[in-house]
Design a protein around this ligand. Structure first.
Ligand SMILES: *Cc1c(COP(=O)(O)O)cnc(C)c1O
Length: 320
């Protein structure tokens, strides 16, 4: 039994951070061969790595098998058949956990919601038992666990509860039928972006909004532990954003001010390629000047990057 944290590397793959987490005993949830390479470079342990993602290539699978990862979190039966083939060619067995799509609504932005039946992720809850039965017939597959991840930036514990209740029963059943050892409940704990610089920013800075309520780790644990404990399985967690999201800042410089017919634009030397959240799903980030400006007047403006896309912005109509 017990548990293992598998830090979702895509949240921040900086080598120093990976080293810090690995040294502290953390495992890693990776989504590419490149991320596995980084984890190993940072001194991480391959046998604590889970490999997620709907589109694993042959090259990545071979590399992960050679390094001896803990598990492939498989997202389709076609993938498991391919894992079986590649493992057979290398003369090894591929450790596998299916990712189940529990069809629960995480109530987060559509682009970071992953646990509904219309999402591309995981195997449908209704067909997962058959998927395990068919995978058990494959000679080079070793069924080790069950995994789920319903989305990111969740600020309520309810969807987690709902998913763990639904999938927990399935996990105990698969322990009986296929001898699985672990149940991974994914990541997804949200953080506060609005006003997040209130404590970390310059001391004259006052947060504009403090009403965004985070889901605390205590509430998460108090709700989920009673559901997980009776399962008698090792529990894996895949936090990403929660561990690093509020620790980073992007520093950029204003290149030009442009007073347009309808708006004021501050054009900066960073773009959506450096920080994609605002462009991709209207993510909010606080913006703070590094040097206190001379005046104290506020004006509404758009803060935009140099990329040739109208979605290349960091803030719209923000009082700065
Ligand atoms: C992104 C991701 C995570 C981490 O999500 P956070 O919201 O950053 O905690 C965990 N598991 C999988 C499979 C992911 O794709």
């Amino acid at each position: 039994m017990g548990h293992l944290i598998c830090y979702a590397v895509k949240a921040n793959s900086n080598l120093a951070i990976l080293n810090l987490l690995g040294t502290g005993g953390s495992g890693f949830d990776i989504v590419s061969g490149g991320e596995l390479f980084r984890v190993l470079k940072a001194g991480g342990d391959a046998s604590k790595c889970t490999f997620a993602g709907v589109g694993k290539t042959r090259q990545e699978i071979e590399y992960a098998l050679q390094q001896g990862i803990l598990c492939f979190n498989a997202e389709s039966e076609a993938e498991v058949r391919f894992l079986d083939k590649v493992a057979g060619e290398l003369g090894v067995k591929a450790p596998v956990a299916f990712r189940v799509n529990p069809d629960v609504d995480a109530k987060t932005h559509a682009y970071i919601s992953t646990g509904k039946s219309e999402n591309k992720f995981g195997v449908a809850f209704e067909t997962i038992r058959d998927a395990y039965a068919r995978a058990a017939e494959l000679p080079n597959i070793q069924l080790r666990g069950l995994q789920m991840h319903i989305g990111s930036q969740l600020t309520s514990v309810k969807p987690f509860r709902e998913a763990v209740e639904k999938v927990g029963t399935l996990a105990t059943e698969l322990k009986e039928t296929h001898g699985i050892e672990f149940f991974s409940i994914g990541g997804g704990i949200g953080i506060v972006y609005e006003g997040s610089l209130a404590s970390g920013g310059p001391d004259w800075w006052q947060s504009q909004a403090e009403d965004e309520k985070p889901l605390t780790i205590e509430e998460y644990a108090a709700n989920l532990e009673p559901l997980l404990k009776p399962l008698g399985l090792k529990i894996l967690f895949e936090p990403g954003r929660f561990l690093v999201g509020n620790a980073g800042a992007m520093i950029t410089r204003v290149l030009y001010e442009k007073r347009g017919a309808a708006k004021v634009f501050k054009i900066v030397d960073a773009g959506m390629n450096d920080l994609i959240r605002p462009a991709l799903y209207q993510g909010h980030h606080d913006i703070v000047p590094l040097k206190e400006p001379a005046g104290d007047s506020l004006e509404k403006m758009d803060v935009v990057g140099p990329v040739c896309e109208s979605s290349d912005f960091f803030a719209k109509d923000r009082e700065l």
